[in-house]
Design a protein around this ligand. Structure first.
Ligand code: COA
Length: 251
């Protein structure tokens, strides 16, 4: 199974574990992650959720083969992202390495983000002929302003954990061998706090932007779905698997 789950000392851990494909996330993995989040939300013994990856790789994002073959209808990423946005318990991310595409987008919906000093983050949607998703077109410019958002969302420039801290995406950068333990220690602090007050406070912190985020996700989803079938995206996906540079000169 490429998603491992475990609950220990009040913390439900969701570990992305498909290192042979750089932790690319398939439909089945999104479903497993969504189910794990829903189970954590329902379990009174769980006070916080920890999302992590493998040494050197958090996730290379959506499985590009799945992108190429996606049937019409709601993409499986929605199952996971809906559960993440609907989780009223604190969610802590330990970014163990590269976090690409949805690997960075999902961080925008976590409560605490700790990044390995070896990690690079990137949202290369445009390079793939796609557009930002899950309210990143709203949240990224809000967090860092339009001009820095343009570097990350239009050019798809990769950025370091230190940049992510400076932009307000992450809390702190840690040595690679400490990032998971540090994130776990933060998660375990919720064992000593009143869970109802934590849940209500988290819900209040997200209330003001929830409606706008939902509306943005719906609009992004329409455009994203159309772009997935575009010749630009098909050229980008084929180029990735053929290990060559895409050629957009004909569009
Ligand atoms: N979807 C499907 N397969 C993926 C993948 C993805 N998102 N990311 C990596 N893989 C596969 C590769 O095809 C390769 O498979 P192979 O061994 O059968 O050839 C394997 O994982 C290893 O990847 P590789 O590219 O050789 O590793 P690398 O260390 O040189 O580079 C990355 C690592 C993460 C930088 C690179 O794989 C990458 O850029 N991946 C795609 C990122 C992306 O664009 N994601 C979508 C964002 S919307």
């Amino acid at each position: 199974m490429s998603i491992k789950t475990a609950t220990l000392n009040g913390v439900a851990t969701i570990e992305i574990a498909r290192p042979e494909k750089k932790n690319a996330i398939t439909g089945a993995m999104y479903h497993a992650m969504g189910a794990a989040l829903d189970a954590a939300k329902a379990d009174n013994a769980v006070r916080a959720v920890l999302i992590t990856g493998q040494p050197g790789i958090f996730t290379s994002g959506n499985d590009i083969d799945d992108f190429m073959k996606r049937p019409p209808g709601e993409p499986p990423a929605y199952v996971f992202m809906r559960a993440l946005m609907g989780c009223d318990k604190p969610v802590i991310a330990a970014v163990t390495g590269a976090a690409i595409g949805i690997g960075t987008t999902l961080l925008l919906h976590c409560d605490f983000v700790y990044v390995s000093d070896e990690a690079r983050l990137a949202m290369p949607f445009v390079s793939l002929g796609l557009v930002p998703e899950f309210a990143s077109s709203l949240i990224v410019p809000q967090l860092m302003g339009n001009v820095r958002a343009a570097e990350k969302l239009l050019l798809g420039d990769p950025f370091t954990g230190a940049d992510a801290v400076e932009c307000g995406i992450a809390n702190a950068v840690l040595p690679a061998n400490e990032v998971v333990n540090h994130a776990r220690r933060v998660a375990e602090r919720f064992n000593a706090l009143p869970p109802g007050a934590v849940r209500d406070s988290k819900t209040l912190m997200r209330r003001a932007r929830a409606a706008l985020a939902a509306e943005t996700i719906a609009v992004e989803g329409e455009v994203f779905g159309a772009r997935l079938r575009s010749p630009e995206a098909q050229e980008a996906f084929s180029a990735f698997f053929q290990k060559r540079k895409p050629d957009f000169s004909k569009f």
